[in-house]
Design a binder for this molecule. Structure first.
Ligand code: FES
Length: 352
């Protein structure tokens, strides 16, 4: 079979076999992974939930991992990271995604407006280190805010499917009950399992944000638990602070889909960025190198735009760049860097 595929590939070079197959049957792929949208639910304001049927290349996920979904908008393929909400034991050969629609989010807005059953999207395999360990802890605390609910819901569903007998608290922050995706299911799970508690907080209404007193109230055993956290930066920062103050940072596992960037000091911004393979030079603006390349009319590959997927990796031939997440300066020549989370400091040469 492999030899046959290689022969077909040789015959169709320079294009992959899948480029021809997609013209006839897009779900019949040799190497690419795709999915057909089979269900669309827009009932929760500001979100769209998609049911997907992946092609045979899909090999599953570990609860909490993300995947990249690709859509073609105006002829350009865009990739974004989303965490499926499925249990890792879901045997239906189906992926369920719940996407928060960001006002400036090209892909989420496109899917909110245009997704319909029958539409085909591209998929990349599940990845990421934010997942439950193989040996389940005795106590698990899941903390999420807004659309950060998705990876921890996957963990909760997985534990339920396994008949997990340990203690679980699911603490979720939202602006209002109507904005909590899968709210009815969460309540059902908590009602059916005495070892699982659901705690929802609406800080704008009830004024209850996250702090050490709240943590001690909902999970007094948190020091013995493993905590999984995904949400907006203010929530992530509050939880990290409390765990750091307790000396428990190693028991806190986090996933963030919003980059927490270090502001670039305008005094550091000078010089020019050269994209030498393209023969293009642009004045530094302090923006990420990905944005700067796009502003100069180039179209480098990208996925998440937040330093997760490595799609945007290119070689820095020379010069100094600042890591926008850590603030660190890096200047080793001929190093691969992620363009979306690096900005130029002075003259820089990038190999695109
Ligand atoms: S686009 Fe994903 S790491 Fe840069």
């Amino acid at each position: 079979m492999v030899a046959l595929l290689d022969l077909m590939q040789t015959l169709t070079t320079p294009h992959p076999v899948d480029r021809y197959l997609e013209l006839v049957r897009p779900m019949l792929t040799v190497r690419d992974m795709r999915a057909r949208i089979v269900e669309v639910d827009r009932s929760v304001p500001g979100t769209v939930s998609l049911g997907l049927r992946p092609t045979r290349q899909w090999t599953g996920l570990r609860a909490g991992q993300f995947l990249q979904l690709g859509v073609v908008i105006d002829g350009v393929r865009h990739l974004r990271c989303y965490s499926p909400v499925n249990s890792q034991h879901d045997s239906r050969r189906r992926l369920d995604l719940t996407l928060r629609v960001h006002p400036h989010g090209l892909v989420s807005r496109y899917l909110h407006e245009h997704a319909r059953p029958g539409m085909i999207v591209d998929l990349e395999p599940a990845s990421g280190v934010f997942h439950l360990p193989d040996r389940r802890p005795d106590r698990v605390l899941l903390i999420s805010g807004g659309s950060g609910i998705t990876p921890v819901l996957s963990m909760l569903r997985t534990l339920v499917d396994e008949g997990y007998a340990g203690r679980v608290v699911f603490l979720h922050y939202a602006r209002s009950p109507e904005l909590v995706p899968h709210r009815a299911e969460l309540a059902e799970i908590a009602a059916a399992h005495p070892n699982i508690s659901l705690e929802t907080r609406y800080p704008e209404r009830d004024g209850r944000g996250f702090d050490s007193a709240e943590l001690a109230r909902v999970a007094p055993w948190f020091a013995d638990a493993h905590t999984y956290l995904c949400g907006p930066p203010p929530l992530m920062d509050s939880v990290r602070e409390v765990y750091a103050a307790s000396g428990l940072s190693e028991r806190l596992h986090t996933e963030e889909f919003t980059p927490s960037t270090v502001p670039v000091d305008s005094a550091d911004v000078d010089g020019a960025t050269t994209f030498s393979t393209s023969g293009v030079t642009a004045e530094n603006t302090g923006a990420s190198l990905l944005e700067q390349a796009e502003g100069a009319g180039l179209t480098p590959e990208f996925g998440c735009r937040m330093g997760i997927c490595f799609s945007c990796t290119s070689v820095r031939r020379s010069g100094c760049t600042r890591n926008l997440r850590t603030g660190e300066l890096e200047s080793d020549p001929d190093q691969p860097i992620q363009l979306c989370v690096q900005a130029a400091v002075g003259d820089v040469d990038i190999d695109i």
